[in-house]
Design a protein around this ligand. Structure first.
Ligand SMILES: N[C@@H](CCC[C@H](N)C(=O)O)C(=O)O
Length: 272
């Protein structure tokens, strides 16, 4: 069996995209997703993306982190599949119904509404998510926001100085976050600009995280640190995030197709 795939990225956050509508795709398991994502023995990616037919949208997008865990949302992948589709689309995800449109500067995506209730993040205890009264060493009082998936956001004087490889996993796995969490380290540089690094749940530090950019922008706006439209700069490049009419988050940025290929699931010894 040869399964076609498309290798794509959004600002260096990279994906293996499989489309079950156009070719034979094996039943996806956590083990197969992790094997395909492996950068030494697989194709290599931050997220495995599976496109399936949908009854309620143009198509359904399923998202698997590099560790094999299936998750609710991925901003950069939403732009990538929007680019593949090449026309306006509605996209069913575990995190909600999204929409994408070709736009100047790449693809524009309606990422839905942010949620702030402690149990919607989710947190283990009732807390004010604008400024959670907790800390890890000299990092404290983060905001928490769910933008389809869970994020915690630390505003720090120098985002580049944070020991992300050490503190990221510590916070991701803290029992305060029963579904684990994506960890954002941000420095606000003006009313319309933020610099950001993200430790992604189930992956590690990536060159860019679209939902991290959305969550960080919304947290900054909620705290009154920025205006309602900002540029979020990540290692891989810039995203424009707007908290628009109807409480919806609009994200605009590039997506790129890198190459296409096929793989034989039998070669991974983990199919099914
Ligand atoms: N890279 C993504 C986020 C992918 C999912 C995330 N790691 C999670 O576990 O929720 C993005 O661009 O948003």
């Amino acid at each position: 069996m040869q399964v076609p795939f498309v290798k794509m990225h959004g600002l260096g956050n990279d994906f293996v995209v499989l489309d079950a509508r156009v070719g034979d795709v094996p039943e996806m398991t956590a083990r197969l997703a992790a094997a395909l994502a492996d950068r030494k023995t697989g194709i290599g990616c931050d997220q495995l993306i599976l496109i399936e037919p949908s009854d309620s949208a143009t198509f359904r997008m399923r998202i698997f982190n590099a560790d094999g865990g299936e998750v609710e949302a991925c901003g950069n992948a939403t732009r990538a599949v929007g680019l593949l589709h090449g026309a306006p689309a509605t996209i069913e995800t575990l995190g909600g119904l999204l929409s994408s449109n070709p736009a100047d500067g790449g693809v524009a995506v309606d990422m839905g509404e942010p949620r702030f209730d402690w149990n919607a993040i989710p947190l283990a205890y009732a807390m004010d998510t604008l400024s959670i009264p907790v800390g890890w060493e000299d990092l404290d009082a983060p905001s928490a926001v769910n933008v389809g998936n869970p994020h915690v956001v630390f505003f720090v004087p120098d985002y580049a100085a944070v020991e992300i490889e050490r503190l990221g996993p510590l916070i991701e796995h803290d029992p305060l976050f029963p579904a684990r969490i994506n960890v954002n380290f941000a420095t606000v540089t003006s009313r319309d600009a933020i610099r950001l690094r993200v430790w992604e749940r189930g992956v590690g530090e990536t060159r860019a995280c679209g939902t991290g950019a959305c969550a960080t922008a919304i947290a900054a706006m909620r705290r009154g640190l920025t205006d309602r439209k900002v540029t979020v700069s990540l290692e891989g490049g810039d995203l424009t995030i707007e908290w628009g009419a109807g409480n919806r988050i609009l994200m605009t940025g590039p997506a790129v197709e890198s190459f296409r290929g096929t793989f034989d699931p039998a070669a991974y010894g983990v199919a099914g």
